[in-house]
Design a protein around this ligand. Structure first.
Ligand SMILES: Nc1nc2c(ncn2[C@@H]2O[C@H](COP(=O)(O)OP(=O)(O)OP(=O)(O)O)[C@@H](O)[C@H]2O)c(=O)[nH]1
Length: 216
């Protein structure tokens, strides 16, 4: 497996939002209620993206004790899952802060980000509505899903797979030889895999098509 077939993914968010729960749900299909949270955990996992086996390194972070630690996490990653709990307003504000930091540190390089509202099974305690999550994701041009790690594997899996697919497309785009002039067809092919088939050859995406967002 070549180096370009590896994606480094960082799971970040406020304390107790379910970062470990969503990570373990994605990796094992299982929900485990309590996790040790005193250290960062790194998991290695192979998945198939567009018929290509890709190694994914997932860093499940715990609370950073310094700004340097947060910067290190962001510099290390190329794809980011930023988790908040739909029952916790502070965690939503933290997610907004992290979206800003990721942009600040990673730009102008390409990266992929997923805003993930977790604990949607706790609807009666909900403090953040779906629209607020959607609006935040639009403001930062990232993907958005609402999930329940406790109740549902499919939603978590779909959210992670969509993010990984975008990260893989970005890697392919980066790997294109700089000096080679791209034909219109190859550019639209790469953009098509990034943004979906509605990207036409004039380079204009179908503006009616929103970024993927789903509640499962
Ligand atoms: N109801 C409900 N509880 C959840 C869900 N996901 C996680 N939890 C619970 O939320 C608590 C925190 O989950 P963790 O996965 O440890 O959260 P974390 O963000 O990794 O926590 P720290 O590492 O301590 O910051 C645990 O009690 C989980 O059982 C969910 O989808 N629904």
């Amino acid at each position: 497996m070549t180096n370009s077939n590896k994606i480094k993914l960082v799971v970040m968010g406020a304390s107790r939002v379910g970062k470990s729960a969503v990570t373990v749900r994605y990796l094992t299909k299982r929900y485990i209620g309590e996790y040790s949270s005193s250290t960062d955990m790194i998991y290695r996992h192979n998945t198939t993206i567009d018929n290509t086996t890709t190694e994914v390194e997932i860093l499940d972070t715990c609370k950073c004790s310094s700004t340097g630690c947060l910067y290190d996490h962001i510099r290390w990653g190329e794809a980011f899952v930023i988790v908040y709990s739909v029952t916790d307003k502070t965690s939503f504000l933290e997610a907004q802060f992290l979206l800003g930091k990721v942009g600040e540190i990673k730009l102008p390089t390409y990266f992929s980000t997923l805003l993930l509202g977790n604990k949607r099974d706790l609807d009666h305690f909900r403090k953040i509505c779906v629209d607020e999550g959607q609006e935040l994701s639009l403001a930062y041009s990232c993907q958005f899903y609402e999930v329940s790690a406790a109740e549902n594997f499919a939603g978590v899996s779909l959210a992670f797979q969509t993010l990984l697919r975008e990260a893989r497309s970005i890697q392919l785009l980066k790997a294109l030889p700089i000096r080679r002039k791209l034909g219109v067809n190859s550019v639209s092919k790469v953009l098509g895999s990034l943004f979906g088939k509605n990207y036409n050859k004039s380079g204009q995406g179908d503006k009616r098509k929103k970024r993927p967002s789903l509640s499962i």
